[in-house]
Design a protein around this ligand. Sequence first.
Ligand SMILES: Nc1ncnc2c1ncn2[C@@H]1O[C@H](COP(=O)(O)OP(=O)(O)O)[C@@H](O)[C@H]1O
Ligand SMILES: [Mg+2]
Length: 244
Amino acid sequence: MKRVPAARLEWQECRRDGTGSRMVRFESVGLRYGRAGQADPEVLHDLSFAIPEGGFRWLLGPSGAGKTSLLRLMYLAVRPTRGRLSILGADIERAERRALPGLRRRIGVVFQDFRLLGHLSAYDNVALPLRLAGRPEGQIRADVMEMLRWVGLLDKLAQRPAQLSGGEQQRVAIARAVICRPRLLLADEPTGNLDEVQAERLMQLLKEMNRIGTTVVVATHNDAMVARHVARSLRLDHGRLVSA
Ligand SMILES: Nc1ncnc2c1ncn2[C@@H]1O[C@H](COP(=O)(O)OP(=O)(O)O)[C@@H](O)[C@H]1O
Ligand SMILES: [Mg+2]
């Protein structure tokens, strides 16, 4: 198995500000999809748990259990229907709408389907969050090159996603998710499209992020991976937390 290159992760955060020691806190959170006034069934029920800053959690459960929905709550794509949710020390129900983009910028998300921009090179996909944050190009270049080196894709930086393997696309997605040095990194079944060697390499990257202080949550079906990398887990079944 190829060794992950020794990381020297010294790039800068897009934003700096302090957070409490509780990175994520759910209190009796429920979620239902659908428009206001419609009685769609709840997909998450009475979730209560907390993840401290710097923690690592597996998010486990069968398909349809609510893993993706729980991650959406954590990256503020949906709001809880009931209960209290605090992310990065901010109370989400009380947070003003204009505070949410700032919070989101400090959360890195690796989507199951990558969501890379097909017309951009690997380099430009990874650079995108820095450009959106208004960083000068010179500084962007240094950070992007370091990230691409870290994920082992320096030789592929000019390729578009369609010219990359699934594992390479996944590594671009990781590099883009962590380029702003998020405080919270969420990955939704990130090994779903990868072979075992690539999946293991991806795990090393996620663990390295965790080692340098990022709080990490990884939804997965990959039992072998969970057995190899022992960590605490949140287990969902039919929208309920069955162990935390
Ligand atoms: N956008 C949506 N609108 C309505 N129902 C949804 C939506 N997304 C997911 N669901 C429902 O929520 C439940 C949990 O789904 P999901 O969070 O995707 O589970 P998992 O990621 O564990 O497979 C499922 O019953 C699913 O059909
Ligand atoms: Mg899912």
